[in-house]
Design a binder for this molecule. Structure first.
Ligand code: RAM
Length: 332
């Protein structure tokens, strides 16, 4: 890896060396929200697995240091001049990246968004980890069952304010809270930790101090859920405030043990990175097309079908608790 511009790191592999000859390998760039996030490290491992299986694919793993659309725009510009074959991106903003993504597509680069999507006009396909309704509802269910039958105040600690995926899930959560069975669950605040550990921790402490009756924090981000759990432990609120949301078993096992978390959920991030990379190669080789109803192969995971918005989804999220978290902590 080399620093290509202030605050932006671009993988150095696969640059054209002095001549205009196109490299024989298919180069797929995975652009993540930001580097240093264990969730995306796992997705990267999945991308490498797909590349190995496909044989002729090289993965360029890259992303800004902090999750911003500006950082990703700069990176995509550089990938366009490197003439990569495909960009697989988890977008920091659904709309701000559309013009640069369009430019990439005009130059023949296939653009697939995964995890956090781009608006339809900015990509050939969006691969969701799971169905958004399921993900949103699951988190409300977990918070309600952690709080018990009396319900109480709940707050959301999200990633960055423009993140496509978190904003969709928060929208679903707000709708689910209208259901009569959640009448006693009251959402009192939504704050943003920008998928940065320190900011997420500060926001969590802020929630705990400004809402003394808070009974649960839902963090629909693997970075936020760790920070919120630590804040609950540090404020001596274990047993009074429960944290739940989306986390990596490897990062959460200790917090299930501490009692800050009873249960949390996630899908397999290795599979998600694998499937997105495999699908990108299908577009590069002309085996897949951006058309509703079209099946796209995702290798060992079978195939997905594009809906009328060009989206497809993998399986349902899985729930982790004291009984199974250690086992999965070894995987991701
Ligand atoms: C963080 C990122 C990612 C999200 C997971 C659950 O790692 O925000 O986009 O899918 O959490």
């Amino acid at each position: 890896m080399v620093a290509a511009a202030a605050g932006v790191v671009v993988g150095a592999v696969g640059t054209l060396s002095g001549c205009d000859k196109k490299p024989e390998k298919t180069r797929i760039a995975m652009v993540v929200k930001n580097l240093g996030n264990g969730f995306f490290d796992a997705a990267h491992a999945g991308a490498d697995e797909a590349a190995k299986q496909l044989g002729n694919v090289e993965v360029i793993y890259t992303g800004p240091t902090t999750p911003s659309a500006e950082g990703q725009i700069e990176i995509i510009n550089s990938l366009i001049s490197q003439k990569v074959d495909a960009i697989v991106i988890s977008a920091n903003d659904p709309n701000a990246l559309v013009p640069i993504a369009k430019k990439a597509m005009q130059r023949g680069i296939k653009v697939i968004s995964f995890d956090s999507g781009l608006a339809p006009e900015g990509r050939q396909m969006q691969l969701n980890p799971s169905n958004a309704e399921l993900i949103g509802e699951k988190q409300i269910q977990m918070a309600a069952s952690s709080m018990g039958s009396g319900g109480g105040e709940v707050a959301i600690l999200s990633a960055s304010a423009q993140a496509t995926n978190q904003n969709i899930w928060i929208g679903v959560m707000k709708q689910v809270l209208q259901k009569p069975e959640y009448a006693k669950v009251k959402l009192v605040a939504t704050v943003y930790g920008d998928d940065q550990s320190d900011k997420s921790y500060r926001e969590a402490i802020g929630l705990l101090r400004s809402h003394p009756n808070l009974k649960a924090i839902i963090a629909p981000t693997t970075v936020g859920i760790v920070a919120a759990s630590k804040a609950v432990v540090d404020e001596h609120l274990v047993g009074k405030v429960y944290v739940t949301g989306l986390g990596l078993p490897s990062e959460m096992a200790g917090h299930v043990k501490s009692g800050a978390v009873k249960e949390f959920a996630i899908w397999n991030p290795i599979d998600l990175g694998y499937a997105a990379t495999f699908a990108a190669d299908q577009f590069v080789t002309g085996k897949a097309a951006a058309k509703a109803g079209t099946p796209v192969s995702v290798g060992r995971l079978g195939q997905v079908t594009l809906d009328d918005k060009g989206e497809a989804a993998l399986g349902p999220p899985f729930t982790y608790n004291a009984e199974n978290v250690e086992k999965f902590a070894k995987m991701f």
